[in-house]
Design a protein around this ligand. Structure first.
Ligand code: NDP
Length: 450
């Protein structure tokens, strides 16, 4: 491989990665985005080339794939595929969410695990990276079916996780209910009460602010980016996509900071409420999506606003955009429309919601762009604080936790500035990639060849 020379060539590096990981398009996309920022830096610091740090960082420590067999309510045997990608534990135990969605495959989990390496490094907390899940669809399953699936999934996963080894959390399709079923099974199998999962309910070791943390952190990150330009969220119209955990609390914090949230979406379409959401309307959405698991069209019927079936919200005119649903939900066309409509800032609540061409369009237009690994790191940061509280057998107060979250987001913003200053602007993507990279890379260098 050409990296033993003095220069790491991005094309050759990517060709090698694609050859070693055929067909894993989301993983290729995530690595390429990081490589674009990191390779010029590596070429200025040959110690990283000699030690093959980027090659090692793009290869997970291990990948566990397992069969999950469970019984549905009719007594049929069902089989799903479970995964845990333990990506990198150079700076702490593996940490990252579990996703239950029919689209889950190795490529998606490797992209998420790889991104998690940089995100967790940025939080300043001692956390390595991982991601897992299953191609299981929790939608239209009964409560008991979900419980049986979670128990079957954890029966295998429990062999590979633990409070000092790997601490999973939630992600798409895995909320408090699923974490509770899995934690109950873990506790039963291990006969111990340890914080091997985060996102737990408050009654058994969960942390205040955890459920709000990703969305709140994303709003705080936007506020920091705007503040740096002498601007603020107050008075701005905001597009939010998604209506799950991240979107709900991004919307709530945006409203608290004086923003006007005019859209939310789900996998069936989006709502446009030109008057802006209120606490009452958001409460309805939280109940609808989290507890009744209905579709957003119900909201439009109750609150007399428009529902656009099978559409994304990016064509609506607004000042700020917060993609909080899923990967690749903003393409080049969407980005161009946002820019044309006068959007001045994007903060990514979801993981990699903007594709490569969209990110390029934002960059060309000079729009302030907070990449997911920085803007949505608040969730895993408070998961880290949940681990600390579990270890010291304490529960911190809400105000203290929210203050810590705010400080962590400010610190991440500062790290992006430290590494992302350009002539006329801050390149937050480059800043986040480099700041995240340096800490993990230096830890790997210190360990020698392992
Ligand atoms: P939830 O399952 O709570 O919500 C997901 C939301 O996105 C739902 O509104 C869902 O609609 C919508 N959605 C999912 N897939 C699609 C799709 N293919 N097209 C359109 N809409 C879709 O997940 P979270 O809110 O937890 O996660 C959202 C994003 O944030 C993900 O990218 C996740 O990786 C990321 N993230 C989450 C963190 C967390 O703490 N939860 C932390 C950091 C990142 P519907 O209800 O119809 O399915």
């Amino acid at each position: 491989m050409m990296t033993r020379g003095t220069i790491l060539d991005q094309n050759e590096f990517m060709q090698g990665l694609i050859k070693r990981n055929p067909g894993e398009v989301e993983f290729h996309q995530a690595v390429e985005e990081v490589a674009t920022s990191v390779i010029p830096f590596i070429n200025e610091n040959p110690k990283y080339i000699e030690s093959q740090i980027l090659e090692r960082m793009t290869e997970p420590d291990r990948t566990i794939i397992f069969r999950v067999c469970w019984e549905d309510d009719e007594g049929n045997i069902r089989t799903n595929r479970g995964y845990r990608v333990q990506f990198n534990n150079a700076i702490g135990p593996y940490k990252g969410g579990l996703r239950f969605h029919p689209s889950v495959n190795l490529s998606i989990l490797k992209f998420l695990g790889f991104e998690q390496t940089f995100k967790n490094s940025l939080t300043t907390l001692p956390m390595g990276s991982g991601k897992g899940g299953a191609d299981f669809n929790p939608k239209e399953k009964s409560e008991r079916e979900i419980m049986r699936f979670c128990q079957a999934f954890m029966t295998e996963l429990s062999k590979h996780i633990g409070e000092h080894m790997d601490i999973p959390a939630g992600d798409i399709g895995v909320g408090s209910r699923e974490i509770s079923f899995m934690f109950g099974q873990y506790k039963r199998l291990k006969n111990e009460f340890t914080g091997a999962l985060t996102g737990k309910a408050l009654e058994f070791g969960g942390s205040l602010i955890r459920k709000e943390a990703t969305g709140y952190g994303c709003a705080y990150f936007m506020e920091e980016m705007l503040k740096h330009q002498g601007n603020t969220i107050a008075g701005k119209t905001c597009l939010v996509s998604g209506s799950g955990n991240v979107a709900q609390y991004a919307a709530q914090k945006l409203m608290q900071l004086g923003g006007k949230v005019i859209t939310m979406s789900d996998s069936t379409g989006f709502i446009h409420d030109p008057d802006g959401l209120t606490e009452e309307k958001l409460e309805y959405i939280i109940k609808l999506k989290t507890f009744r698991r209905g579709n957003l069209s119900e909201f439009s019927e109750n609150f007399n606003c428009k529902f656009y079936e099978d559409k994304k919200p990016w064509s609506i005119k607004a000042d700020l955009a917060f993609p909080c649903a899923t990967q690749n939900e903003i393409d080049k066309k969407d980005a161009k429309i946002l820019i044309k409509n006068g959007c001045i800032g994007i903060a990514e609540g979801a993981n990699m919601p903007s594709n490569k061409e969209a990110v390029e369009a934002f960059r060309e237009a000079g729009i302030v762009f907070g990449p997911s690994k920085a803007a949505n790191a608040g969730g895993v940061a408070v998961s880290g604080l949940e681990m600390t509280q579990n270890s010291i057998r304490m529960a911190w107060h809400r105000d203290e936790l929210e203050e810590r979250l705010k400080k962590i987001m400010q610190n991440i913003h500062q790290q992006c500035i430290n590494y992302g200053v350009e002539k006329d602007r801050i390149d937050y993507l480059k800043g986040a990639n480099l700041a995240g990279f340096v800490k993990v890379a230096n830890a790997m260098l210190a360990y020698g060849v392992v």
